[in-house]
Design a protein around this ligand. Structure first.
Ligand SMILES: NC(=O)c1ccc[n+]([C@@H]2O[C@H](COP(=O)([O-])OP(=O)(O)OC[C@H]3O[C@@H](n4cnc5c(N)ncnc54)[C@H](OP(=O)(O)O)[C@@H]3O)[C@@H](O)[C@H]2O)c1
Length: 356
């Protein structure tokens, strides 16, 4: 299947995918969540919160796909690489794709929208998540600082802009990106109700919310908040003891884990840094992950993701790799089931000491 990509309104031009090698990764039309010709079963799935949305066990995060945070630096080559990553994720069985209005200032959603238009049947087979609530400095007026904005007007407007960039009628899961210090729960609830009633979003959720902030908003909202997207990994354990995962279990909220590989650190070799007081601990963790990876014959990335998948709250790690091989390899996590002993061995290594 050949992509004939047109120029984007943001001013960068995308090259048409014409070479045989490029054709290879587009030639999968009709593949239902797995690479054409693959014998593998589809990725396991999970229901998101108290909703009917069915997601693949691992989600794919689109944050890095433009290869830069600056729209002006998005070259045709970067755009092509990013779009290849999206297709690789789709082929590999990921069905939940995470976005935000601020990812490369909207360019990521546009790149994704182009792929959706080119890949027949993809929209119907996937869930699209996006976020709003972070505003750039200098917008709309020059003096405005970088800030959070959960005003109803901003939530609704940002959603409408995302819909336009993605070229879709509905966003399946719409999340508030980071808690706004000035948020009025009743105002947010009104905006959510409006978006849901108009069919612009199907379900709503939050990101980076403390349990108390989630309760406060949930009390004002007529619809269940289905996810809390937070940073969780073997290198970021706070959600295990700050009440976040307890709340997810108690209230039937799905935790989405961002940076599940700590931005790649859990999958790559540590650079020796003797000035880092945590270096020895990080090395121990690396060794523990590496040891288990060898034992089970998978990558370190798969181990770190499988470790998250074991938690009974149903953590959905959001994989952020852009290298197709990394994207595919990560899916092996969905078929791994770590034992309690293996899980605790990694926890102990992550803490750097025996549990009390
Ligand atoms: N809500 C929030 O506040 C928030 C914040 C940050 C992120 N997010 C979401 O979370 C998603 C994931 O975040 P993330 O990108 O930081 O996740 P991540 O999966 O922890 O990190 C991705 C990085 O890991 C590297 N990597 C993956 N597998 C590897 C392997 N086997 N060997 C070596 N390197 C490997 C990738 O390199 P390659 O690109 O070369 O594959 C990429 O640079 C984002 O896309 C976004 O949707 C949300």
């Amino acid at each position: 299947m050949l992509l004939a990509l047109s120029s984007l309104a943001t001013g960068f031009a995308l090259a048409s995918a014409t070479s045989a090698s490029k054709l290879a990764w587009w030639r999968f039309a009709g593949a239902c969540g797995r690479a054409a010709g693959s014998d593998d079963a589809p990725m396991k799935t999970i229901l998101l919160g108290k909703s009917t949305l069915v997601s693949s066990r691992l989600a794919y995060g689109c944050w890095r796909i433009a290869g830069t945070w600056e729209p002006a630096h998005v070259t045709a080559e970067r755009a092509e690489h990013g779009q290849a990553a999206i297709v690789a994720a789709y082929e590999a069985g990921y069905t939940l794709f995470d976005h935000a209005d601020i990812y490369c200032d909207g360019v990521v959603e546009k790149l994704f929208g182009q792929v959706l238009r080119e890949v027949s049947g993809m929209r119907e087979r996937i869930l699209i998540a996006s976020k709003c609530g972070i505003r750039k400095a200098g917008e709309p007026e020059a003096q405005a600082p970088y800030r959070y904005d959960f005003s109803a007007a901003h939530i609704v407007e940002s959603c409408e802009q995302s819909l336009r960039r993605l070229g879709v009628e509905t966003i399946d899961l719409y999340q508030l990106h980071r808690p706004d210090y000035l948020a009025d729960p009743a105002e947010v609830a009104a905006a959510f109700s409006q978006l849901k009633a108009s069919g612009k979003v199907r379900e709503l959720g939050v990101s980076n919310f403390r349990p108390s902030q989630l309760i406060m908003l949930q009390r004002a909202c007529p619809m269940p908040l289905v996810v809390n997207q937070v940073e969780i990994s073997l290198s970021r354990l706070e959600p295990f003891h700050d009440g976040t995962l307890d709340q997810c279990l108690a209230e039937g909220i799905t935790p989405l884990a961002w940076s599940p590989l700590a931005g790649g650190k859990l999958a790559s070799n540590l650079v020796a840094d003797m000035t880092d007081p945590l270096h020895a601990r990080k090395l121990k963790l690396q060794d523990a992950v590496e040891g288990l990876a060898r034992e089970l014959g998978v990558s370190r990335a798969a181990i770190a993701l499988a470790w998250l998948l074991k938690h009974p709250s149903g953590i959905v790690p959001i994989v952020g790799a852009t290298d197709p091989e990394h994207i595919r390899e990560a899916t092996r996590a969905a078929d791994l089931s770590l034992s309690r002993a293996q899980w605790y061995r990694l926890l102990e290594a992550a803490y750097g000491q025996r549990l009390p």
